[in-house]
Design a protein around this ligand. Structure first.
Ligand SMILES: Cc1cc2nc3c(=O)[nH]c(=O)nc-3n(C[C@H](O)[C@H](O)[C@H](O)COP(=O)(O)OP(=O)(O)OC[C@H]3O[C@@H](n4cnc5c(N)ncnc54)[C@H](O)[C@@H]3O)c2cc1C
Length: 519
């Protein structure tokens, strides 16, 4: 199947008969995957049930790794204009005394962006969708319901869907299908995957409020640890605020439909602001769950985002995990479709992403238990125990604002430079004045403190890779030195594939990677 033919230009009711990739679901995961694939010249059709982005607020926090992905898809500047750097996360006791604080750098951290950013998910999704229109070769078809995903032949997946307005049935064949269809994923069911319960289920009230009044709180996420009623507060934008509270007994959102109803809950943060100054944007209840799909792939069908994992939102990492899935899989799929990478690399998607997602879910669950467990007696022990959260695997990484390295795979080789393999490389501004990610521009790269021979440079260019020679004393030089290596082979998603002292061995290990956008 060729994927570099011009796309058919469909009328609103016509669809191509076949396409390299069909993406089910136009949430943040699906749109990110489509954009990244399109940047590699891979044509795809995105099928979405609803006409427009889901309008209700959900995600409000994005870390700097997510910003790196947003920069890559081309919406970071617009995102920065509508988001707000935050100072980190505080765990508080019921009397609002600080139990632990995880600070975040509101300027440019390791990845070149503020480490914690508050935003409104519908605003981000609107940016992602508008940006998708700039990608030739992607067709987004809204108002359709995907009903069947069937692997009819080796390498051919049939996607059946219904036009919700006309009831017309349609079929598209694809080489690959990405199920980015959220928590109730039909693609997950179609590949026979099931969700493993990671044993966390709580009902919470989610309140979004607008006010021009300054609340003058610490500009980070406040998590109140209180088994009688745990709660979260955060400022999302200039005028938007989010509170979340654990629901008690048979309470539902119906009990909290007016400003008067919510005042007793939110008053500790109001600093004298009157009820008349508050506008209720939304009150709803959610059941926060921790779940992980047992498998993320069946032959040519993959699941990504909430379809593959569900986390309670206590550390703001649910959408982030979906964007990481898209970033991890897109370049591999592009390389396989162009014939430059072997099909076997697609196995590395689940090998690398599933343990990472599991760790981040456990981090969220740990924070959730710290906030809610133990009854009244627990309050006495929490002051001593909560600071120890930093020492748990994964939690420690999250406390420092760095997520864990990817699990080993054929594309994460943890031999000599094991400290770096699977971790994201830093993203500093280079001497040329541009950021590393922009210099690498979605290709493989060799970051090296040793000089290469002309022959090696030619070979790297022939394999489609970029060579970044580190300046002595630079951030990248310090990064290599700290790990005790002379060079790192970095993948198109910014993760280190392999690092070591022997630059010749790394040159030899450099994969040949080309995509359709290379012509
Ligand atoms: C209260 C709350 C707070 C949160 N806070 C954060 C946070 O701070 N940070 C963070 O990173 N995450 C957070 N999250 C999680 C985040 O909102 C989700 O993880 C994210 O929306 C998942 O994106 P997705 O694209 O995978 O799935 P979704 O956003 O659910 O998108 C799936 C899409 O698939 C479509 N679809 C489904 N089935 C079909 C079908 N059969 N045919 C056609 N289309 C279909 C749906 O209409 C939908 O548009 C929060 C969630 C909640 C509820």
């Amino acid at each position: 199947m060729s994927s570099n033919k011009p796309a058919e230009t469909p009328t609103p009711t016509s669809f191509p008969k076949s396409v390299p990739v069909v993406i089910v679901g136009a949430g943040p995961t699906g749109i990110t995957a489509a954009t990244l694939l399109a940047q590699y010249g891979v044509q795809c059709v995105v099928l979405e049930r609803w006409e427009d982005v889901y309008p209700k607020p959900r995600a409000v926090h994005a870390d700097d790794e997510v910003c790196r992905i947003l920069a890559r898809v081309g919406v970071y500047d617009e995102f920065a204009a509508v988001s707000r750097p935050a100072l980190g996360l505080r765990l508080l006791d019921p009397k609002m005394r600080i139990l632990a604080e995880f600070r975040r750098d509101p300027k440019n951290g390791l990845h070149g962006f503020p480490q914690a950013n508050m935003f409104d998910q519908p605003e981000l999704e609107a940016l992602l969708r508008a940006n998708l229109k700039n990608q030739p070769g992607v067709m987004l078809r809204a108002d359709v319901e995907v009903t069947h995903v069937t692997q009819v032949d080796p390498g051919r997946v049939r996607v059946q869907f219904t036009d919700r307005a006309s009831g017309a049935q349609h079929v598209i064949d694809a080489a690959y299908v990405l199920g980015c269809d959220g928590a109730n994923s039909m693609v997950r069911t179609a590949i026979g995957a099931t969700m493993t319960d990671l044993h966390f289920e709580q009902r919470w009230l989610v309140i979004d409020v607008d006010t021009d009044a300054p609340l003058r709180q610490w500009e980070g996420v406040h998590q109140v640890c209180d088994p009688l009623r745990a709660g979260t507060y955060m400022r999302v934008s200039e005028t938007r605020y989010r509170w979340e509270f654990q629901l008690l007994g048979d309470e539902t959102a119906a009990n909290y439909q007016s400003v008067g109803d919510i005042l007793p809950l939110i008053s500790p943060w109001l600093a004298g602001t009157s009820a008349e100054q508050l506008t209720l944007v939304r009150v709803t209840d959610y059941t926060f769950r921790a779940r992980l799909a047992d498998r993320w792939r069946d032959r040519n069908v993959f699941i990504l985002g909430d379809a593959a994992h569900l986390t309670p939102p206590f550390v703001g990492q649910g959408m982030a995990a979906g964007l990481r899935d898209a970033m991890n899989l897109a370049w591999k799929l592009a390389g396989v479709l162009s014939g430059s990478l072997p099909e076997a690399v697609l196995d590395t998607y689940q090998q690398e992403r599933k343990p990472h997602a599991r760790t981040m879910i456990y981090v969220a669950v740990s924070v959730g238990w710290a906030m809610t467990a133990g009854g009244r007696l627990g309050n006495h022990f929490r002051r001593a125990l909560v600071p120890l959260l930093r020492r748990l695997p994964g939690t420690r990484a999250a406390a420092e604002g760095v997520t864990p390295a990817l699990h080993k795979s054929a594309l994460v080789i943890k031999s000599d430079g094991r400290r770096l393999a699977g971790a994201l490389c830093p993203n500093p501004v280079l001497d040329s004045g541009i950021r590393l990610d922009d210099a690498i521009a979605k290709r493989f790269s060799l970051i090296t403190s040793s000089s290469l021979s002309d022959q090696q440079r030619d070979e790297m260019a022939r394999r489609g890779a970029v060579v970044i020679s580190t300046a002595p004393g630079s951030q990248l030089d310090g990064w290599l030195q700290k790990a005790g290596v002379g060079a790192a082979l970095v993948r198109p998603d910014g993760a280190v594939m392999r690092a070591g002292r022997d630059v010749n061995a790394l040159c030899d290990a450099m994969p040949s990677f080309r995509d359709f956008s290379d012509g």
